[in-house]
Write a protein that binds this ligand. Structure first.
Ligand SMILES: [Zn+2]
Length: 302
């Protein structure tokens, strides 16, 4: 059997999986990997990645990798990675190909999640897709007319940095701007805002549990996040006239609280001919979208 090796590189861990041509995960590994701890050395970061991938690469015909950074189209050249400033204009795919001895495709992690949905998940029958990832940060990937949209600098669909609040005291985002969606709807933001509003320190999951016990501050945070997500979705729908939106990520655990305000805001903000025509669905791939999207690149599906 010919397998591809897919990898999803996160902020603190890496998932690798051997995947068969039908998209079935044959074997999978999750390991701690903190590339930020490699310091300011691109060589060290690459060597660390190679050492993680090498054992499984021997069984694979090709490798696909979702990576937190911006890539120049399909070239595999990493333009920049906000969390790994040592990596700039790095031909990552070519370097890994030489070290690992087989074909390597590398792409932005959120775009990989969109590709996973598009090829193996809820969006298989659509030509256009907006996929949103709601996790530690908020990301997005766009497929238009069957093809991923990269953008000139690999930064197409920075969905988390759409501005949803223009007030001068709007929440501050990690990007340095105020009012970004990520500053309201990421797990980090939900925890930060809850602390700001109640004085209590809880992670997003504990805040969700608190919301389920009718904690008004917690309930308000999730419905506010849902409203802002819906408004940002409406912006994308008006710009692109897409009809399929999928969502994944840890924050979607609070779906039953997020969804009503999200759909209300989406329908309120699109133009009337679009009302009722946009389907918003949870990922059917759970947390496997990114790795399956990486596999789809290795299989040559894009
Ligand atoms: Zn931002």
């Amino acid at each position: 059997m010919k397998y591809v090796l897919a990898a999803d590189v996160g902020g603190t861990n890496i998932r690798t999986a051997l995947i068969d041509p039908a998209g079935n995960i044959v074997s999978e590994q999750r390991q701690q990997l903190n590339l930020s701890a490699c310091g300011n050395s691109a060589q060290h970061i690459v060597a660390t990645l190679v050492s993680f991938l090498q054992p499984q690469a021997k069984q694979a015909t090709a490798i696909g990798i979702g990576f937190p950074g911006f890539f120049h189209g399909q070239t595999g050249v990493l333009a920049a990675s906000p969390n790994l400033p040592a990596l700039q204009e790095l031909p990552l795919a070519d370097i890994l190909k030489e070290r690992l001895g087989c074909s390597v495709q590398v792409q932005n992690d959120a775009l990989c999640a969109a590709l996973g949905e598009f090829h193996f998940g809820a969006a298989r029958k659509s030509d256009d897709l907006l996929h949103i990832t709601l996790g530690t940060g908020v990301g997005g990937g766009l497929i238009l007319q069957g093809k991923p949209l990269y953008g000139e600098g690999g930064m197409a669909c920075e969905f988390g940095h759409l501005c949803v609040n223009t007030n001068v005291d709007a929440a501050l985002c990690a990007c340095g701007k105020r009012g970004c969606l990520e500053a309201y709807a990421s797990a980090t933001a939900i925890s930060f805002l809850y602390h700001q509003r109640t004085g209590k320190t809880l992670d997003a999951f504990a805040i969700y549990q608190s919301a389920c016990s009718q904690d008004p501050a917690a309930m308000h945070l999730f419905s506010e996040a849902g409203r802002y997500i819906g408004e940002a979705m409406a912006t994308a729908v008006k710009l692109l006239d897409i009809r399929h939106i999928t969502i994944s990520g840890g924050v979607t655990g609070a779906w039953e609280i997020l969804q009503p305000s999200m759909i209300d805001a989406l329908e309120d903000h699109v133009i009337s001919p679009q009302q009722g025509h946009v389907s918003v669905s949870l990922s059917t791939l759970k947390d496997q979208g990114g790795i399956l999207g990486a596999a789809s690149m290795a299989m040559g599906l894009i």
